[in-house]
Design a protein around this ligand. Structure first.
Ligand SMILES: *Cc1c(COP(=O)(O)O)cnc(C)c1O
Length: 469
C-alpha cells in the first residue's frame, strides 16, 4: 500500500514512512492511494474473529509491503491485552435500535487507547528494524497525552514529551500523565492554553535542524496509523448487529474529525454504513458546515466535553480531498484560503455530496447534562459528557432513519474520567476502575514552563538524552 498527500506535493510513501513522518512535507495529510475493499462474503467470515484478530485483518491491507502480516497479528494480539473488558469494545443496548459502543476499557479510559496501543507497538517494530530512535512530542487537551504516554512508556526506541496547558486539564487527566514513572516520559505544563501548546509543537516541527537532530515524530490524529487502527471497532460493532446483511448507522462525538473519518474509511472499504452522525458540543463549526455549508472560525469556548473543544478539525482535509475527487490543487487552494481567512468555501455541489454521507447535530452543556440524567433514569446507564453527546445525537439520527436500523453511538470516555459533570447530572460520583483507584495517592512528576520556544526545546532535548541513557 502506498500513500499520497492531500496537497499533491510530497512523494508517495509506504506505511512505515507515513507512520514516522506524520504530516507530509507539503503540509498535507497522507491518505491511501486506493481503498482496500472487502466483499460481503469476506465481511461475513470476519464475524467469527475475536477483536484483536479482526483488528489485524483490517489493519493488514494498510501496512502491506511495509510490515509482515504475522507481525501485525502479534502486535494486535499484544495491544489489547491490557484492556479490562473481555470483549475489548462491548456493545450495550440503551433502547430500541440504540446502542452504545464502549471504547473506554483501555488503560487510560478513553477511546484513544484503541489506536494508541497499536501505534506504540508499530513505532517500536519499525524503529527496531532500522536501529532508529525517535522523540515524540505531543500537545494535549487531556486524553491524547495520557493515551500516548501509556502507549510509549518504557519503549527503548522512543522518548516522549507531552505539553499540556497548566491548570486547564482535569485532575484525573493530569495525574494519568504525570504519575507515570518512566525514564522516557517527560511532562510539561505550559503556562497557556491548548492552542499555545499546539503552536509550540508546530514550531518545533517547523525548525528543520531541531527536527532532524531529535528525530521528531508525532502521534496526533493526523498520523494515518491512528485512523487505520480505529477502523476495526466500526466493523466489530456493525458485524455484531447484522452487517453486511443489514445496514447500521453510527453517531460519533467529534473533535479533530479523526474518529468519524475512520468510519468513513470503513464505509469506503465496503461496510454498509447507512448514516454517519457528526456529534458536536457548543463548539459547533462542523455542525454548521454540514447543516448550512457554513464553516467559519468563531473562537472556542470551554465546555463540559473538553476533548471536543476544537475549531480547526485537522482530519477534515482528508474528507475534503475525497469530496473533491482527490484533486490536490483544489484541496490546497481551499485549505490555504481557510487558514488565511478563517472561512472554508466549499462549492455547493461538493457540500451536497458531503450531506449524502454525513449528518450533524449539536448538544450544548445543558442538553449534555440532561442527556446524562435521562440515560441514568431510563436505562440505568452512566455516560460521560462526550459519550452523552454521541448518544443524544444518535437519538436524533434514529428518528430520521426510515426504515429503522441499529444506531450505534460511540462511548469515547469512561464516566469516571469526568466525574464532576456526571455528579452534577445524576448525583452519582463514578468510581475509577481498580488499576487507577490509587491515582490521587501517586507522586506527580512534571515541570511548569512559560510558553518560550527555547526553554521547551531544551526540555525536549534533555528528555531525549535521559531516555537514551
Ligand atoms: C479525542 C476525543 C474525542 C474526539 O475525537 P476526534 O477523533 O478528535 O474527533 C471525543 N471524545 C473523547 C473522550 C476524546 O478523548
Amino acid at each position: 500500500m502506498r500513500y499520497i498527500s492531500t496537497r499533491g506535493g510530497a512523494p508517495a510513501r509506504d506505511f512505515a514512512g507515513v507512520l514516522l513522518a506524520g504530516l507530509a512535507e507539503d503540509g498535507g495529510l497522507f491518505v491511501p492511494e486506493a481503498w482496500p475493499r472487502f466483499s460481503a462474503e469476506q465481511w461475513r467470515a470476519m464475524r467469527a474473529l475475536p477483536y484483536p484478530a479482526l483488528a489485524a485483518r483490517l489493519i493488514a491491507p494498510f501496512t502491506a509491503g511495509a510490515i509482515a502480516e504475522a507481525d501485525i497479528d502479534a502486535i494486535c494480539a499484544d495491544a489489547y491485552r491490557g484492556f479490562s473488558h473481555p470483549a475489548i469494545a462491548p456493545l450495550v443496548q440503551l433502547g430500541p435500535n440504540l446502542w452504545s459502543l464502549e471504547l473506554f476499557h483501555g488503560p487510560t479510559l478513553a477511546f484513544k487507547d484503541m489506536a494508541m496501543q497499536v501505534l506504540g507497538r508499530l513505532f517500536d517494530h519499525v524503529l527496531a528494524r532500522t536501529h532508529q530512535h525517535v522523540t515524540i512530542v505531543a500537545a494535549t487537551s487531556g486524553d491524547t497525552g495520557s493515551a500516548a504516554i501509556e502507549a510509549c512508556r518504557d519503549r527503548a526506541a522512543i522518548a516522549i514529551t507531552v505539553l499540556h496547558p497548566a491548570g486547564r486539564v482535569s485532575p484525573v487527566q493530569r495525574r494519568q500523565m504525570t504519575t507515570i514513572d518512566a525514564a522516557n516520559v517527560t511532562n510539561i505544563a505550559v503556562e497557556g492554553s491548548f492552542d499555545t501548546c499546539q503552536d509550540l509543537v508546530k514550531s518545533l516541527f517547523a525548525d528543520q535542524s531541531f527536527r532532524a537532530r531529535t528525530q521528531l515524530s508525532a502521534v496526533n490524529s493526523i498520523n494515518w496509523a491512528r485512523i487505520a487502527a480505529q477502523i476495526p471497532y466500526y466493523a466489530h460493532a456493525a458485524l455484531a448487529l447484522g452487517a453486511p446483511d443489514r445496514a447500521v448507522a453510527f453517531s460519533v462525538p467529534t473533535g479533530n474529525f479523526g474518529n468519524v473519518l475512520a468510519a468513513h474509511a470503513a464505509r469506503c472499504m465496503g461496510l454498509p454504513i447507512a448514516g454517519l452522525m457528526v456529534a458536536a458540543n457548543r463548539n459547533d463549526i462542523l455542525h454548521r458546515f454540514f447543516a448550512h455549508n457554513d464553516m467559519r472560525v468563531a473562537g472556542v469556548t470551554p465546555s463540559l466535553s473538553p476533548s471536543m473543544d476544537i475549531e480547526v478539525s485537522s482530519n477534515f482535509e482528508r474528507l475534503l480531498f475525497e469530496l473533491l475527487d482527490r484533486d490536490p490543487d483544489r484541496t490546497t487552494a481551499i485549505m490555504r484560503e481557510f487558514r488565511r481567512t478563517g472561512i472554508m468555501r466549499v462549492p455547493d455541489a461538493t457540500w451536497r455530496r458531503a450531506r449524502e454521507g454525513f449528518s450533524a447535530w449539536r448538544l450544548d452543556d445543558e442538553q449534555t447534562l440532561a442527556e446524562i440524567a435521562h440515560l441514568h433514569k431510563t436505562a440505568h446507564y452512566l455516560a460521560d459528557p462526550h459519550s452523552a453527546i454521541g448518544i443524544g445525537a444518535a437519538r436524533h439520527l434514529r428518528a430520521a432513519l426510515d426504515p429503522p436500523i441499529p444506531v450505534i453511538a460511540l462511548a469515547t470516555a469512561h464516566p469516571a474520567k469526568f466525574p464532576d459533570a456526571v455528579r452534577r447530572a445524576t448525583g452519582i460520583t463514578p468510581a475509577l476502575p481498580p488499576h487507577l483507584a490509587d491515582l490521587f495517592d501517586r507522586t506527580e512528576i512534571y515541570q511548569t514552563l512559560k510558553p518560550d520556544l527555547d526553554a521547551i526545546m531544551a526540555a525536549v532535548e534533555a528528555s531525549g538524552r535521559r531516555s537514551a541513557a
